[in-house]
Design a protein around this ligand. Structure first.
Ligand code: NDP
Ligand code: 8X3
Length: 251
């Protein structure tokens, strides 16, 4: 039977390419994000391949999250797969210089947003006693690096929540797994550096980073395993990266 996947952060990077790959593989897709023009463009592109529905909400807005998810029409309402991908880093400053708005954004989007969306989707999974939740963490959720403070804390929280969800949802046959990428070239660094494209491009100079396609391939692999297989935790790095700050760069 055709499965339905709800993907947060589907307007860019890992989420967008995952939507494209799952659409090619015949999953029905619910695309989520704030940038409505991008949602509409992607819907138009993917509708040639599969059935697509869009939800335009900010994961920080809990009323919008619940209203949006509760408004999903009947033919998309059975969410088999939830990909909790929306998230970003905001700033890269030592803790003493940290910007409070950046801190709020990272905690509110990466942690609370993931919780709100999960809370809205999980009841249907519990009722059906089936479902699969993929939480996109980060190498920043497995280790801490200088100036990464609050972003790392938010992704450590995602790692903890991934483990906690797997335990709490175990009685209901719901699979839960985390994927933790290292450096992936997306809009991530542009967001972190507030639109400074040169600074963002520099992050990926001198080595081959992961591409969004690499993570999308892995997400597709994870969600297409037979039901008795749950890939619980995966860290995926570019070959040039050994740890958050250990990169073999050709200069
Ligand atoms: P992008 O910036 O390319 O994509 C981020 C996505 O998140 C966008 O679709 C954006 O959509 C969405 N998003 C951001 N804020 C909100 C919000 N408040 N409400 C709803 N959606 C939001 O980055 P990536 O694809 O790289 O990031 C995807 C995930 O992967 C993130 O969780 C990130 O932390 C994680 N990650 C990324 C790594 C990397 O090196 N790139 C490495 C490890 C993990 P819109 O703006 O339209 O709302
Ligand atoms: C994104 C990768 O190394 O900037 O999560 O934290 S890193």
């Amino acid at each position: 039977m055709t499965k339905t996947a709800l993907i947060t952060g589907a307007t860019s990077g890992i989420g967008k390419v995952t939507a494209q790959l799952l659409a090619k593989n015949n999953y029905k897709i619910i695309l989520c994000g704030r940038r409505e023009d991008r949602l509409n463009d992607l819907k138009q592109e993917l509708s040639k391949l599969t059935k697509v529905y869009t939800l335009n909400f900010d994961v920080r807005d809990k009323i919008a999250v619940f209203d949006s998810i509760n408004s999903i029409p009947e033919n998309f309402a059975t969410i088999d797969i939830l990909i909790n991908n929306a998230g970003n880093a905001h700033g890269l400053d030592p803790i003493q210089n940290g910007n409070l708005d950046d801190w709020d954004a990272m905690i509110d989007i990466n942690v609370k947003g993931l919780l709100y969306v999960s809370k809205a989707v999980i009841p249907g999974m519990i009722e059906r006693k089936s479902g699969h939740i993929i939480n996109i963490g980060s190498i920043a959720g497995k280790e801490v690096y200088p100036n990464g403070n609050v972003y790392c804390a938010s992704k450590h929280a995602v790692d903890a929540l991934n483990q906690a969800m797997r335990m709490d949802l175990n009685p209901y046959g719901i699979r839960v797994g985390g994927i933790h990428p290292g450096a992936v070239e997306t809009e991530f660094s542009e967001v972190r550096f507030k639109g400074d494209t040169e600074k963002a491009a520099n992050v990926y100079k001198g080595f081959e980073p992961l591409h969004a396609e690499d993570i999308a391939d892995i997400i597709h692999f994870v969600v297409s395993r037979p039901y008795h297989v749950n890939i619980a935790d995966l860290m995926v790095l570019p070959t040039a990266q050994a740890a958050a700050t250990i990169l073999k760069k050709e200069i």
